[in-house]
Structure formats: C-alpha cells, structure tokens
Ligand binder design. Structure first.
Ligand SMILES: Nc1ncnc2c1ncn2[C@@H]1O[C@H](COP(=O)(O)OP(=O)(O)O)[C@@H](O)[C@H]1O
Ligand SMILES: [Mg+2]
Length: 338
C-alpha cells in the first residue's frame, strides 16, 4: 500500500508521470495542494505544453510563478519557449566572441539546432535541474507534473550529448575559425564513448581567457547535472509516482516506464490507480464494464507486483477548481472515504 501522506511530508521532490489523460495533472495538483495544506511550502511545475495546470485549477498560470493557494505556487513551462530561452543564452555568450559577419551564421546554426531531435527534452531537463536547485530556499517541496522517462533522464548522465545539440554544431563550424578554436575546448570529454573523467582537472589549463570562460560555463552545467542526478537517485529526497487507469494500454506503458527508470537506477515510489468505478447496480452495461475493470485490477496486481499502489475513485464529474481538487486530495491521502 502506497502511503502518500508520508511521501508528502518527507520528500522534497515528487515527479508524477503516466500516459496522457490518465489523471497526472489532477493528481499532481491534488498532491501539491495536500502538502500545502499540511503547511509545506510547495511549488507545482508543469512541463506539459498543453498548459493543463490552469485547467485543473480553473485559472491562468503561464510562465510566471503564480500563487494558487496558501503555501502553493505554480509554474507552467513551455518546452518551445525553454529551447528559445536556452539558445538565446548561448547566443548572448557567443556573440561576445564572434565578429559581425559571424553573428548571422551563428543565428542560423542555433535555429537549426533548435529543430534537432531531443532539443526540447534537453532544454526542459536543464530548466528542471536549475529549478530543483534554485527552489530549495523558498520551497520545501517541488512537484513536477509529467516526470521524464528513464530514457530522457539518461540525457543527464551524458552532458556531452546535452552540450552536443548546441555546441556540437557550432564546434564544426569551420567558417569561423576563431569561434571554432574557442569552441574546440568546450567539450572536455570529446566523444560519448569516452568514460567520464573529472572535467575540472586540468580542463582549462593553457587556454586563453575566452576559451576558459566558455569552458567554465560548460563545466558548471556538467556539475549541475551531476548534482541533479544524485538528487534523482536519492530515494529519501525524490519520489517518482506513476498514474494509470485500470486499462490495457496504461498498464503496459506504466510497466515500461518503471522498467526504464529502474534501468537508469532511479527508484519508483509507487503507482496511483485512478478512475476506479464503484460497484454498479443491475444495469448490464455497467456490470460488464465493472467486470472488465476487475480483470484489469488483477492484471495490475500481477504486472506491477512489487510496486506500491494507491487507488483513486472515479468521480461523478471532472475534477476542476480548488474545491474539487481539495476533495480529490483527501481521497489521495486517505483522509476521506468514497
Ligand atoms: N478520478 C477522476 N474522476 C473524474 N474525473 C477525473 C478523474 N481523474 C481525472 N479526471 C478528469 O480527467 C481529465 C484528464 O485528467 P488530467 O489530470 O488532465 O490527465 P493527464 O494530465 O494525465 O492528461 C480532466 O478533465 C480531469 O478532471
Ligand atoms: Mg496533464
């Protein structure tokens, strides 16, 4: 049995993941609200471009930290905007070293790299890593709606890959020799296959001032990822939770996601089975649906054996607005029976 109350009081970071439509946003919002009600200072962050936190709370949020309730702030990240902001930072830094004719080429390269596969994941992961560090002073608990999968999280262990989607392209830009020279030093570990070595050792020795500055920036990012990775691996600090419904595809997808996190050495705290139907009366249609759900619940017990689970009832209506989220939060923490 998954004890969500304990998680809410003891952890500092909760990641909520699962297939689209199963109730991630609703669950993440209700968990955040429950923790805020206990007096913890909570920041709830969505990385879903569909801006669904605003729907759950029934009010606008956007890219600014917004107060939702006592002790509860929320923030919606837009992956596209994160990519743009990231590239803008790179552009600003590079511009200091590039001549006027190089700036246009630089811009072109960065635009190209913003279209490269994984760019949004990388930018979002970087923003998450910064938030995890920067929010520590002001918040006791950070809740992410939409946890990255193990596959995405593996990006964090490969800072070279994270760097590659911007710096790599620039590095090969032969036309700007000066820039190329500075950038050649950017990635201390030259290839993905190179075992990771302490990048701080001798990395900047013998470089000119500009290369040194650029390298420092990259090293700082690598260290940030190393710290984030340790935080995610730490089961006392972080809880990964999955939401699923008792249906075939969500069960399969949850199993896969848990496996891929485990492969990345990330412990999963549990799974929340949402939209559990009450036992129906004599109506044949609903009796059949109910039977089917019972089979799927058995399948969950089997397929997710060893994973702690909690159950949430199907509500008569969508869960929208503070009052309904409160009721949902009570169902989650077991303080109210349905
Ligand atoms: N247990 C439930 N009972 C009734 N409606 C629910 C329940 N859980 C979620 N919903 C509703 O289902 C819709 C999708 O939920 P949402 O949390 O946005 O899913 P996701 O974030 O996984 O896509 C929302 O309108 C939400 O209010
Ligand atoms: Mg959602």
């Amino acid at each position: 049995m998954l004890n969500l109350t304990t998680l809410l009081t003891e952890r500092k970071l909760i990641m909520v993941g699962g297939k689209g439509g199963v109730g991630k946003t609703t669950t993440a919002s209700a968990l955040a609200l429950a923790a805020a009600n206990q007096g913890r200072r909570v920041l709830l962050v969505s990385t879903d471009p569909a801006h669904s936190l605003a729907d759950a709370f029934d009010r606008n949020i956007g890219g600014q930290i917004t107060r939702m309730a006592a002790n509860l702030d929320a923030l919606e990240l837009d992956p596209e905007e994160e990519v743009d902001a990231y590239l803008e930072r790179v552009m600003r830094q590079m511009r200091r070293y590039a001549g006027p004719d190089q700036v246009n080429e630089l811009r072109r390269q960065l635009r190209l790299s913003s279209q490269s596969p994984g760019a949004q994941e990388a930018a979002i992961l970087e923003r998450m890593a910064r938030l995890i560090e920067d929010s520590e002073q002001e918040y006791d608990l950070l809740v992410f709606d939409t946890a990255p999968t193990g596959h995405t999280l593996r990006l964090l262990t490969l800072p070279e890959i994270m760097a590659a989607w911007t710096d790599g392209l620039l590095k090969h830009n032969k036309r700007s020799e000066k820039l190329g020279k500075a950038l050649a030093h950017l990635t201390p570990a030259k290839s993905v296959d190179t075992p990771f070595q302490d990048p701080t050792r001798n990395a900047t020795e013998g470089m000119d001032k500009r290369s040194k500055e650029l390298t420092e920036t990259l090293l700082k990012r690598q260290r940030l990822f190393q710290r984030t990775r340790r935080t995610l691996n730490d089961a006392d600090h972080t809880a990964f939770l999955f939401v699923l419904t008792p249906e075939k595809l969500p069960i399969l997808e949850t199993r896969r996601a848990i496996d891929s996190l485990n492969e990345a050495n990330i412990p999963v705290a549990g799974a929340i089975v949402n939209r559990i139907m009450p036992k129906p009366g004599t109506d044949e249609f609903w009796a059949a649906r109910y039977e089917r759900q019972q089979r799927h619940l058995e399948e969950i017990a089997e397929k997710l054996a060893g994973v702690d689970t909690a159950r949430l009832p199907l509500m008569a209506q969508d869960v929208q607005g503070l009052a309904q989220l409160e009721a949902f939060a009570q169902a989650l923490t077991g303080s109210r029976e349905f």
